[in-house]
Design a protein around this ligand. Sequence first.
Ligand code: ACO
Length: 373
Amino acid sequence: MTIVPSSPVSPAAGAPSGLDQVVAAETLLSHVDGAAGRLILRGHDLANLADWRFEAVLSLLWADLVPDAGDTDAVTKMLAAARPVAFALLPALLPATDGLSEVEALRLLLAALPDRADLPHHGLAVAATPVFAAAIARRRRGLAPVAPAPHLGLAADFLRMLHGEEATPEKVRGLETYLVTVADHGLNASTFATRVIASTKAGLFSAVLGGLCALKGPLHGGAPGPVLDMLDAIDGEAAIMPWLTAALDRGERLMGFGHRIYRVRDPRADVLKRAVSSLSAQDGRIRFAQSVERQALALLAARKPERALQTNVEFYTALLLEALGFSRESFTNVFAAGRMAGWTAHVLEQEKTGRLIRPQSLYVGPWPEGVAA
Ligand code: ACO
C-alpha cells in the first residue's frame, strides 16, 4: 500500500475532516470516477458487468490474490461447500440474536466465525453472509432456517433460503445484478475500515466484521430502508413537493440522494433502475418513485446549487430489494452480502501488498505548562 502524500498533511484546525482528497491505498480492484459518474471493476465498466453472475465477479476480484480464484466454477463449488458450514453454526447461535435488529444479528453471527476454520476464509465469509441473513430474516417472521442447496448459485440459493422455495429466473437475475452492482466501490468507509483492520494482521473475519460495523450507519449502508419509509410517507403525487420541502425545512436529508464522490448521477442507480424495471408488477411503484426522484432533484438543485446532489445507489436498491421480497429491515444485510466480495478482496490485497496503516492526528488540545506548541 502506498500512502500519498508521504509527508504528514494536517487539515487546518476546524476544517471539515473527512479525508476527502487523501489517497490512502493503491488498489487493482476498483476505481470510482466521481466527475464522470463511472465505476470500473478490474478493467470492466459496471454497466458491462450487470449481466455477470456474482461468482464470476468474485472470481474477477479475487484473481491472483488467492490460488484458483480466477476459475468461476471453482469459486462456485467453494461457495456451495462453505454454505452448509455456516448453516451448521445456526442452531447454537441464532437464538442469541433474538431482540437484536437484523444487522446487529448479522454482526453477532459473523463475529462467531472461527479463525481456525479449515475452509478458505474469503469463501466462508462470502458464503456465510447470505446463509446468516436469510436465517435472521426468517426468524424475525417466526420461521425456521432453510438449509442451503449446493446445486444453486449463491444468488438463487439466497432467495431460496429466504422464501423457502426456488425463485423465478427473473428474480434471481435481479438479485445477481444487485450483488454485482454493490460488490466493490473504491475506498468507501467500510472498505477503508476493513483494510485498516487487515493491515494489523488481525485476520479476514475480524476485518470484514469491521466493514459491516461501518456499513451499518445510515450515512453509508443504512439508507435504503428509509428511502421506502419516505415513499410510504408521501401521500400521492400531489403531496410529493410539499412533503420534500417540509423535510428539508426541518433540516433533514433526503435519503437516496447525495454522495461524497459522485458529482453526477451514481452509475449504480441506473443499473439497478433497469433491473427493477425488468421485474413484472412494479410499474406503479416505480412511476411514483421516479416522480419523487425528479422532484427531489429539482428541489435539491434549487436549495443547494453549489453541491450537485444526485440520486445515489440506495434509491433504486430500495425498490429492487422490495420487489425481491426482502423486508426493509434486511436491506443492510443484503448490501453486506454483495459488498463482502469487495471487503474480502481488499483484505487479500492488503495482506499481500500493504503495510500497517497508521496515520497521524493534529493535536489541538492544551499543552503542558512550559511546552511550546
Ligand atoms: N438531502 C439534503 N441535503 C443534503 C443531502 C441530502 N440527501 N446530502 C447532502 N446534503 C447537504 C448537506 O446538508 C450539506 O449542506 P450544508 O453544507 O448546508 O450543511 C451539503 O449538502 C454537503 O453535505 P455533506 O455532508 O458535506 O456531504 P457528504 O459528502 O459528507 O455526504 C452523504 C454524503 C452522507 C451520502 C449525504 O449526501 C447524505 O447524508 N445523503 C443521504 C443519506 C444517503 O442517501 N446515504 C447513502 C449514501 S450511498 C452509500 O453510501 C452506499
